[in-house]
Design a protein around this ligand. Structure first.
Ligand code: MG
Length: 168
């Protein structure tokens, strides 16, 4: 007996981002402000996790990257809340006929501990991505005191995303 398997076209996307950590800046990760004495140096709010996620989505649908869509030379993006950029990216994603299946995120930061913030990050991102909270995975790691992240000179993030074509 031959089984008929309904095949749904799917894509994957991957993104990476890094920002310097400096005094007198807010630290925003996954749309949530984190209480810390250093923050991300950036033209926008410097949300490294959302920037990695945006590149994962954009490259996953075969689009140009974050810097092409939202150039850091453009005054209109100065200090912008990265969740606004992510909302715009979701509009592009849906207009290209894709929806998010799930996302898997990693943020690398020596301190502070993010465990208490992660549940609210997941709710925020799930709302923005129009997925269930259980479709958002976030790992927070130190860099074992090694390298730029380990010396708290930088914050780094990686993002993987699974996308499906919206069935017409
Ligand atoms: Mg960035």
């Amino acid at each position: 007996m031959i089984e008929t398997i309904k095949q749904i076209e799917g894509n994957i996307g991957f993104g990476y981002d890094i920002h310097q950590l400096v005094p007198s800046r807010k630290l925003v990760i996954g749309g949530i402000e984190i209480d810390y004495h250093l923050g991300a140096l950036a033209h926008s709010d410097g949300d490294v996790l959302i920037h990695a996620l945006i590149d994962a989505i954009l490259t996953g649908i075969g689009s140009l990257d974050i810097g092409s869509h939202f150039p850091d030379t453009d005054r209109k993006y100065f200090g912008i809340d990265s969740t606004i950029l992510l909302s715009e990216v979701m509009t592009i994603c849906h207009s290209k006929g894709y929806k998010i299946n799930n996302v898997s995120l990693t943020v690398i930061l020596e301190e502070p501990k993010l465990a208490d913030y992660i549940p609210i990050m997941k709710v925020k991102l799930a709302n923005l991505l129009k997925v269930n909270v259980s479709d958002i995975g976030i790992a927070a790691k130190t860099n074992e005191k090694l390298g730029l992240a380990g010396e708290s000179k930088a914050i780094i993030a990686f993002a993987a995303v699974s996308l499906n074509k919206i069935e017409k």
